[in-house]
Design a protein around this ligand. Sequence first.
Ligand SMILES: NC(=O)c1ccc[n+]([C@@H]2O[C@H](COP(=O)([O-])OP(=O)(O)OC[C@H]3O[C@@H](n4cnc5c(N)ncnc54)[C@H](OP(=O)(O)O)[C@@H]3O)[C@@H](O)[C@H]2O)c1
Length: 266
Amino acid sequence: MPAKTYLITGASSGIGAQFARSYARRGINLILVARRLDRLEALAAELRVAHDIEITCLDADLSDRAQVNGLLTRIKEMNLRPDGLINNAGYSLAHTFAATTAKQQLDFIEVCVAAPTLLARELLDHMLAQGFGRIINVSSMVAFSPGASGHTLYPAAKAYMLKFSRSLAAEVAGRGVKVTALCPGSTESEFQHSNGMDAVLKTHPARFVQTAEAVVEAAIRANEAGREVIVTGWTNKLAVFLMTYMPDGLITPLIRWGARKYQIEE
Ligand SMILES: NC(=O)c1ccc[n+]([C@@H]2O[C@H](COP(=O)([O-])OP(=O)(O)OC[C@H]3O[C@@H](n4cnc5c(N)ncnc54)[C@H](OP(=O)(O)O)[C@@H]3O)[C@@H](O)[C@H]2O)c1
């Protein structure tokens, strides 16, 4: 059987880079996507030495719809036909809604909602035609949260990724394509650096932080097993259970009290 090829967005750091490492170990060829091409090339060089696989690195700013379409065109022109898609690229806007511009908000929606949708749409046909496909959409445990001040669009975008994954999984069930929403909690990565939360986390360190490797290995196992949703780590599972089943009048104030220190006020 020829080797499979998976496309991973946001592979230049954190969870995406770990997806590259974990799939490389499994002999999967890779298409790595992010803005920082130098990071992708360095990771690819390391993985090519360790594993006998083909890796293509493509730079694209996923907040720019033209670049997402350009990425799809480049993939086609290179005769690459991804058998798997890991929609991982993402970040959060830590400030309040009023303190972020409309451009920042729409860019966020392009990266975290529109680009994953467009990539899944355009890459799905090949997966369905050949009767094999793997899609992992990186959501978050906050997809289950009632929302809190700061990071305003983040739970909404991650809830979209969760619901989109579940509906798509239902549609393609039995056709060889497995779709999973990955819902991690705090995970070691550059996430808190890219959203400017470094200083906040120095005073209020996040608890129950998982390694990217633990998160990604759980995600791959769940996807292979055909599970639609994976919440990683027992503390996150407990939190999701409480957010789902506790009365709203109890869980909402609790979440908002806990989250108040993890926003940037102005
Ligand atoms: N870390 C956590 O605690 C946590 C928890 C739950 C869910 N998540 C989710 O996990 C995913 C990965 O985040 P991470 O924690 O690994 O953070 P990270 O280390 O900051 O990685 C984010 C990745 O997204 C890429 N990216 C950001 N904006 C982009 C853009 N405009 N165009 C293309 N690529 C872009 C970055 O690449 P470039 O900068 O090179 O473009 C980078 O590779 C995200 O969807 C995040 O929401 C993270």
